[in-house]
Write a protein that binds this ligand. Sequence first.
Ligand code: AMP
Length: 439
Amino acid sequence: MAIQRPKGTQDHLPDGSPKLGIDTRAAAFHFVRETARRILERAGAQFIDTPLFEEADLVKRGVGGSTDIVRKEMFTVYYFGDHGGYILRPEGTAGIVRAYLQNGLKQLPMPLKLWLHGPMFRAENVQKGRLRQFHQIDYEVLGSTDALVDAEAIALMVDVVRALGLKKVRVKLGSIGDPEDREAYNAYLRELFTPHLERLSDDSKDRLTRNPMRILDSKSEGDQKLIAELGVRPMLDFLGAEARAHFGQVQQYLNDWGVEYDIDPSIVRGLDYYRRTAWELHHEGVGAKSALGGGGRYDGLAEQLGGGAVAGIGWAFGIERLLLAMEADGAALPASTGPLLYIAALDEENVAYAAALAREARAYARAEFAYKAMKVGNAFKDAERRGAVWAALIGSDEVASGTLSLKNMETGEQAKVARAELEGFLAGNSSDVAHPPTS
Ligand code: AMP
């Protein structure tokens, strides 16, 4: 058998491919990225790109040594003579904060809004919607602790899913307070779970010493059963006065804007640098355990990476999960688009002339040409297979008179148009020319 792609990766394929799925359709990815770009850039976010691999230390400190990502799911990059100290990035935030610190971005007007899209890598157990190379859209805001920034970030996430046509989406909103609130909560959890140590999974035994809050996040059924039995009090009960006021403001802004959410006390982000607001977006079609995306405030991260104190908040969507949700919701996806104009020469000596016409037309429309002389029937068949709207056949008469004989492949309508009039003709007979596709 020919060599296969690695487990947990996908090819993103052109339209018409025999094995096309919603989450492998390149045009659908492009559509999601473009939709997000429009919404985020209108809100003042600028695009940033960072390397696909980073220092191992950045990932360990940025994601947290007690997380599954760092303990089990990192892809280490080796190359000849190297110590293997690089990691394929599992998420976007740490790299963005590193780039902010390294490139002096604090000189830009604050709050600084950035966005990124690209592949992320985690060596997870592969399932539907859980891949080893997946793709995220990230939005990060640096330089402000204002609750208005938090509310705007959440609202923008909702704007993106609405623009994609998703309906069955819920925002689950929580707060994990300030570091001292979390210490108090962790102390409470330690006391609560220690007498039941033997019932915890091995991972959670470890969490009990390192970071008890992460037990609540456990995927083990036994752990979840114990959590339910013990009637664990939520983090929200432990918020201090400032964190409580901040959380109240975030909710107030969301209420003002009509952004719906459910308060979910089970949202925990157990890492040291997370502060206050944390949330997830869920969709019925993708399953309860699999969020479409999540976000949180991380005011302690820049210091964790060795920089000065920089407030930050951000979120990430998984594009594959957005696409699965769009399919489940029957949301409209971009139609596949063939050429507006397809030009074929009927004689070998006119092939280059037809190609020149198509190249000229590309100034205002999608235009393709046949690479060989075609018989009339074959030319129309080829135009149809490629999804062309107008087909033009070029014979010696058309060359001599400087005209095109056009046929509309959808209606059968025919027209003879002078070469110089082609742009005007196509504009009058198609919405595509007036609104050329953007790249
Ligand atoms: P996280 O960085 O873990 O909060 O993930 C943010 C979003 O990325 C999730 O809500 C998913 O939509 C997506 N995501 C995370 N891990 C995977 C994965 N292994 N496969 C596909 N999507 C993922």
